[in-house]
Design a protein around this ligand. Structure first.
Ligand code: SF4
Length: 311
């Protein structure tokens, strides 16, 4: 991602964007970003495309403050994709720590291996090549192409979707899952010029993260408050399907997290008994362990031993 310094953004000088539907939003949001963007390590030039990719994997389901220390350790240990590719996948799972959703660690490791084998260790700039990497979906390919390489792509994360839902569509929340209509809208809102589009992607995301938050949005600090459809309509209450909650306590996810914590700290194989201690309910515990094995996050060994995956 670009650094939060003044970008080469020239306002509305580009005649091709004169009639773009999103144009009234571009300058206010980008100017706000220039002033208020957080100074995050993956936005600094030295992060490079690999730093951007690592951050995007980590940030997908984990807040910035929890990602920061793990990101710094990760990049210090594996400054290039080839460094990570040379390690066992279990080391990626171990270093992932408590970020949650640890399959992301395996996918990032798989992407590093493919980058090393197919692209000489350099994160490709081409969107189709990014998308062809294992573990990289539409969002991550667009984010890396945009933030690392300054290309023109719609980058739709939950923050951007919420900003567009409110400011443009006039609804409090976007649908639970990204729709084709949202993708069309995001593409229609993109500035024509690539570097401005990349800046817009980062800026609209930051606006959702800092100002147009899911709860208690700060419209008084919002650079597009005067144009926001939802605000101008009097903020009608959400009337779509119930929003998904984020329950954790008592779920299989919690059990999986506890089982993995034992294996991360063990630095070797552990007996079944060590895993049995972390959760009282045997059926749920077995289901969680089976799930970890099926996902490739845990490797069962003869003799009832378990370890993080080595291959
Ligand atoms: S005016 Fe309020 S609701 Fe509308 S985009 Fe800004 S922060 Fe969000």
């Amino acid at each position: 991602m670009t650094a939060p310094t003044k970008p080469p953004y020239g306002g509305t000088a580009d005649s091709a964007s004169e009639h773009a539907p999103g144009e009234p939003l571009h300058s206010p949001v980008i100017d706000w970003f220039d002033e208020h963007a957080r100074d995050l390590p993956w936005r600094r030039p030295e992060a490079g495309a690999w730093g951007v990719m690592v951050s995007e994997f980590m940030l997908q389901q984990t807040p910035v403050n929890r990602v920061l220390p793990v990101y710094e350790q990760w990049l210090a240990r594996w400054p290039r994709p080839a460094d990570l590719a040379a390690e066992a996948p279990g080391e990626a799972v171990r270093a992932w720590g408590r970020l949650g959703y640890p399959r992301r660690a395996l996918r990032l490791h798989g992407a590093a291996v493919a980058i090393t084998e197919r692209h000489g260790g350099d994160v490709p700039a081409d969107h189709a090549q990014l998308l062809a990497l294992p573990g990289i979906g539409e969002y991550t390919a667009a984010a890396v192409a945009s933030f690392a390489y300054g290309q023109r792509h719609a980058v739709l994360d939950t923050n951007v979707r919420r900003v567009f839902a409110r400011a443009v569509s006039g609804t409090q929340y976007p649908p639970n899952a990204t729709t084709a209509a949202e993708r069309r809208l995001a593409r229609a809102l993109l500035p024509e010029d690539a570097s401005t589009a990349a800046r817009w992607a980062a800026a609209s995301m930051e606006l959702g993260a800092l100002v147009c938050t899911a709860k208690n949005e700060s419209c008084e600090r919002c650079p597009i408050a005067a144009q926001c459809a939802w605000r101008l309509a009097g903020k009608p209450a959400h009337d779509g399907p119930p929003r998904r909650g984020q329950t954790y306590a008592g779920t299989d996810r919690q059990v999986r997290g506890r089982l993995l914590a034992v294996l991360r700290e063990a630095h070797g194989a552990v007996p079944q008994a060590a895993l049995d201690r972390v959760w009282h309910e045997p059926v749920q515990r077995a289901r969680a362990l089976d799930g970890l094995v099926a996902d490739g996050l845990v490797e069962p060994l003869p003799g009832g031993l378990y370890r993080l995956p080595m291959t």
